[in-house]
Design a protein. Structure first.
Length: 562
């Protein structure tokens, strides 16, 4: 078989025939459709197709089977084909009637035994069923399982710049394939484009063009399609940062008639764009990747007319009468009547020299989505106790032999959502070490081990480690702001009631009026999302603040009219 496989298993013959018919009619040209009424026979077929290196894209199994539960079948099938998407098929009565039957489904999702669930197709065509299938095929293709890649990267997996480029493509939702420069495939590609000696990484486009050691800006502007659409000012609204909060502000601002510009120094999506799966965002009961969610939001803002300036850093912000003037890293200035600061925050650095020297060489800040598949059979550590760390650990556990979460505090539940705590508890290959901190690392060209210390006893222990993913705390990107924009001790921006509560610094003139909710100490400049003091570090909260900020901007703008 040369085409990827869609396999359905159901011991209800009539239901199986309906499922098979729906799959064949819609996907038969591009996929081989296999159907079996016996779970045991289906597992044997999966062994056979694995022997010939056939790709399995989606596995569908009925919840209610006599000889073997659908959940058990999907779990065993996953061991044979770990990249296949797993769908549990429900009868209509289970999906909408007997809600007590939902518990095994919830448990299966929490334990990572299934990826999705849906009712069996009834009418033909069943577009609700097909919507799920097409979404899963899209997700399956993203890691390069079945899609012709737009770009190939050849370099050193442990090279820092190579990792940065892979992370950039992943976060922007563009398929790519990576080969080590010394592998057979890598050498063949380098010879074909005449770049055997690099410099590395070498990025090869589909048309055969080769870029050697390109900058992130060259990739974003020349390949990913982002461009500088600044058309001059003044703008009604300039948003600094294109994470969930900034994109929400862009959507609402542009849709409500404000001339809106979004400036982003790196990739669309911010820290959320690197999340492997966001399951607690309203309207996505089975989760959505951070990259998918934020790229949809970016398209939405673009559709409403928001202009963008990607891979440009803002270096200064000042008042000029009624205008707010932002200075870019290339020296240009943007004049805007109002500004929304949504720069977010990045993971704090460990500050351990031995580990900082190995960033991209087994040590990663974030990056679990990009590097997960390379962790097959590895001993992986995750530093952090928040939701991002939990999501990373669960995703990595799909590939790594063992994942160990290192937490400085007393328990995961102190800083992590309960649904993630339950998922982690249900994974046999995830360990949690509380009261534990990293004090040193080992390795020359790549990470080989860690030295961790029990904070209660003071005992230090050396452990072997193939990779370390660091997701500890958050450092706001506010170092470039003027002193007139007041911040707390950690650098988060004070807004609204928090400004009133702390009072005016000694020697400074009072604000001309009480600040609006979300307004900073510079009138007309608002802060939303993770960059704001006291914010709730959740995607939904950031999106909500972005929308609220636009309502407040509308209140403010009449004051700044000429």
């Amino acid at each position: 078989m040369t085409k990827p496989i869609l396999m359905a298993v159901d011991d209800h013959i009539h239901d199986l025939e309906t499922i098979q018919r729906e799959l064949l009619k819609r996907y038969g040209a591009d996929y081989d459709v296999l159907a079996d009424h016996s779970a045991a026979a289906a597992l044997q077929r999966l062994v056979e197709v694995r022997a010939v290196d056939a790709q399995v894209a989606i596995l569908l199994a009925s919840l209610e089977m006599v000889a073997m539960r659908g959940i058990d079948f999907l779990e065993q099938a996953h061991e044979l084909h770990p990249h296949a998407k797993r769908v549990l098929l429900l009868t209509h009565s289970v999906r909408w009637g007997d809600r007590s039957a939902s518990q095994p489904i919830v448990t299966a999702i929490s334990l990572g035994q299934i990826d999705r669930y849906t009712t069996k197709p009834g009418v033909s065509p069943d577009e609700q069923f097909h919507r799920l299938i097409t979404e899963l095929l899209h997700e399956w293709q993203r890691p390069g399982q079945g899609q012709r890649e737009m770009v190939t990267i050849v370099g050193e997996r442990l090279g820092g710049h190579s990792y940065e480029l892979r992370d950039l493509f992943e976060r922007n939702g563009h398929p790519f394939r990576f080969y080590e420069k010394d592998s057979n495939e890598g050498r063949a590609l380098l010879q074909h484009v005449g770049r055997l000696d690099g410099p590395f990484p070498v990025v090869i486009l589909r048309d055969g063009q080769a870029l050697t050691d390109p900058t992130k800006e060259e990739i974003v502007v020349g390949f990913l399609g982002a461009h500088d659409s600044i058309e001059g000012g003044p703008y009604d609204l300039t948003i600094v940062g294109a994470g969930p909060a900034g994109l929400s502000a862009a959507v609402y601002g542009a849709s409500e008639g404000l001339r809106t510009l979004v400036v982003e120094r790196e990739a669309i999506g911010g820290q959320a764009g690197a999340s492997s799966l966001i399951r607690n965002y309203l309207g996505f009961p089975q989760g959505i990747s951070g990259a998918e969610l934020t790229n949809r939001a970016f398209d939405q803002a673009w559709l409403f007319g928001a202009q963008t300036c990607i891979m440009r850093e803002v270096t200064d912000l000042r008042m000029n009468g009624l205008d707010r003037v932002l200075t870019l890293s290339d020296g240009r200035e943007i004049v805007s009547r109002a500004v929304v600061l949504a720069m977010g925050a990045s993971y704090q650095r460990l500050g351990i020299a031995s580990l900082e020297a190995l960033v991209g060489a087994g040590v990663f800040y974030g990056g679990a989505v990009t590097e997960a598949q390379a962790m097959s059979g590895q001993q992986v550590f995750v530093a952090g106790g928040g939701n991002s760390a939990g999501q990373a650990a669960i995703h990595l556990a799909r590939y790594a032999e063992r994942v160990t979460i290192l937490v400085r505090g007393d328990a995961l539940a102190a800083s992590m959502s309960e649904y993630l705590v339950q998922q982690i508890a249900g994974r046999d290959n995830i360990d949690v070490r509380i009261h534990t901190e990293i004090v040193d690392g080992r390795g020359d060209k790549r990470l080989e081990g860690l030295v961790v210390r029990d904070r209660s006893s003071g005992e230090a222990l050396s452990v072997s480690a193939d990779a370390l993913f660091i997701l500890i705390g958050a450092q706001p990107h506010t170092e470039w702001l003027p002193a007139s924009i007041r911040r707390d001790e950690q650098g988060f921006i004070l807004t609204g009631p928090d400004l009133t509560a702390v009072g005016e610094p000694e020697g400074e003139a009072p604000l001309p009026r009480p600040p609006y909710l979300l307004e900073s100490s510079m009138p007309g400049v608002f802060a939303v999302g993770d960059v704001r003091h006291g914010s709730v570090k959740r995607v939904a909260s950031a999106v909500g603040e972005g929308g609220i900020a636009i309502q407040i901007v509308h209140q403010y703008l009449p004051q700044s009219s000429r």
